[in-house]
Design a protein around this ligand. Sequence first.
Ligand code: CS2
Length: 490
Amino acid sequence: MTERLGRETLPRHALIGASAPERTGIVHLGLGNFHRAHAAVHTAQAMAAAGGEWGIRGFAFSSGRVAEPMRAQDNVYSILQLTEDGVQAGVVDVHRDTAIAAQDPSAVVSAIADPAHRVLTLTISELGYSRDGATGRLAVSDPRVAADLRQPAAPSTGVGMIARGLEARAASGEPFAVASCDNLQSNGAATRGVVLEFLQAADASQDVLDYVASAVSFPNTMVDRIVPGTTAEHSRQVAELLGLEDACPVPAEDFSMWVMEDDFAGGRPAWEQAGAVFSDEVDAYEMVKLRLLNGPHSLIAYLGVLSGRETIAESWSQDFVRTAVDAAIRNDFLPSFTLPAGFDLEAHLALLSRRWGNPLIRHATTQVGSDGSSKLVQRLTGAALHSLDRGAMPHHLALSMAAWIACTAPPAGFAPGPLAERIVEPAGERLAEAVRGAAGVEDHVRRILDAGLFPPALAGHEGFAARTAELLSTLVRHGARAAVAEAGAA
Ligand code: CS2
């Protein structure tokens, strides 16, 4: 049997940052690859630079895919850093406990309530905030949210766990920070909004509401590192580099960025000594991230799926995909927000191109294309409305919408190909229901836009629906390249 990574083998490896002490100061919900390559690494490095009792108590949301192997190897895992100049493996040792929230939600609640913990970080994905796509408010009619509101004992939603945890923590009154690390615009304010709505709808006491309002902060953050899912090839490379087996390594690019508001009510690690930036301009950085990386990423993913490309790098290598992304960025995304002061746009765009083109990452187009219904509302809506409100048509945002529809809710008679079947679309059934009996492509698009996933200002915009339908028609009749040609260039 091959030897397995664990605390005993630590002295043999390159440790990233420092090992955490036994005491945990951070609770994390959403123990996936992104957190393990991002906040966990910055935290390990902050402890190496400045110490502190910032061990992480990590909760996977519902799957044991990461939590079980992590437990079996003393919560130690490796990062496989994939750059064109070489591949390296380093080991992270900051999680002092890992568990699965769905198996015992009361453990999340008591971890949040424990006064020793001072920060809760979240990577629960756009979907995890249980927001209604049309209104941005807590989806109180969602059956899981409704059940969590009725039964305090065993919440099943992320928002329910956080709110019940804060309710329990109010007894000690200890200050606390809840830091969303998800790609949501104003992610701190959005988290605060749904948590307060939950507590109000659950008839929480005034003391609890006052505690959350006065002693709990919800800093906005911008997070950025491309972290694909782990494949057998990544595990093989790690085994070769470390000389032993890691059952849950994390592949990642070398780039990592974290910009935060310095608003951690209960204190925080010295993340600024580990590459993180504390800034009053987080909103501007979030726009840069959501509109220049994530928005185009979705377009690269759907055009890639429709042209049979498995990875983002393979999709990005096609000239027509680059044409579409360049036009989306220059015509539709950039005019919609103000760049941070002193920002070097051209250098940033060149860096993005290198990151998307990194062939070693093998980031699946179907992974980036998954959960589109909750991602696109974040990535497209603000920019699309910016143009539409000024009488301009955001052709490449309509193209992005059309490409998502072609992949996940195709019009009758169009088969988007085998890759599209691997896209996970949580709203798939709702979309299929909405388009049943549609009379032609235009009606098909309108029914999707009207399915309650997008705000009415966008969903009800006649011109945007018509342009999306035209591009979808070209896509299904003549393919992705033709649709890009029709959408035009920068
Ligand atoms: C991607 C992001 O999966 C996706 O939708 O756009 O996960 C992206 O790789 C990260 O946000 C990069 O920081």
